[in-house]
Design a protein around this ligand. Sequence first.
Ligand code: COA
Ligand code: MG
Length: 288
Amino acid sequence: MDTRPFRSVLYIPGSKERALEKATGLATDAIIFDLEDAVAIDEKARARELLAERLQSLDYGARAKLVRINALSSEWGADDLDVIAQARPEAILLPKVDEAAHVERLARLLDARSETAETRIWAMMESPAGVLNAAAIARAPRMAGFIMGTNDLAKDMGCRFRPDRLPLMTALQLPLIAAKAAGIVVVDGVYNAFKDEDGLRRECEQGRDMGFDGKTLIHPAQLGVANEVFAPSQEEIALARRQIEAFEAATARGEGVAVVDGKIVENLHIVTAKQILAKADAIAEMTE
Ligand code: COA
Ligand code: MG
């Protein structure tokens, strides 16, 4: 069971030296080093050189490191990959993935170099076609996770932003289900109003309740809320422990079912309880 936390996944424009440095000390589970939409066209070439250098010279510790390159069909994608490959990237995040063939093409390019032998692929889920093809994309070679690109999705669907995200719900859930079926990570989209903490909290809670592993973030001020909401609470941890204890006692008595707080506890609840404890341990290790 992979319990690596992805509660907070912070975007950093690859062109911003100060932010690249600052992130070595930020409480983020993962970082998306962006060469795509957060970097202006005139800055693309400088940003990829800067990022390749910083990835090798700075220490980001246990944080997962994803590099978002430009689409391979764009004029920058192939050069991004060439330069970033020197830094032996842990993962490449591919934008605008419409079909599994896009991932397969990147996988072949990674296969062709020794520096990227271990590099995993993450895919942006940000187009109607991508959403419809999510099941096949999730099972493509080297796939490790989906990132929801909700701004692009809303644009292409012509739908409006609402606090309940009802217009986007199906487009969020199809990739979510595809990710679960394939056993890969899936992270919710960004909350644009980065100074609105209450709104962020509500959207994090909604994403958590739906089953997302965490939230993509655009500003360090958003880290605390995401880390808190996507971590098991003290109450959840305590309940998980009590369920495991009660179930073990029931099993010792030769019974297959226990009761905790007036609710039935079966083996499947114990699987969830153990996952909660494993996640809490992984988070504690991350923040040591
Ligand atoms: N990652 C790491 N550090 C960041 C950061 C980020 N995404 N965004 C801001 N910071 C740092 C700044 O460098 C600054 O550090 P300092 O005070 O130690 O010098 C500090 O946090 C405060 O920044 P602030 O002045 O509040 O933000 P800003 O006005 O400079 O920038 C944004 C605001 C939204 C432009 C900026 O946060 C950003 O570029 N976010 C990422 C956007 C992105 O990647 N989008 C693509 C995906 S949707
Ligand atoms: Mg996008």
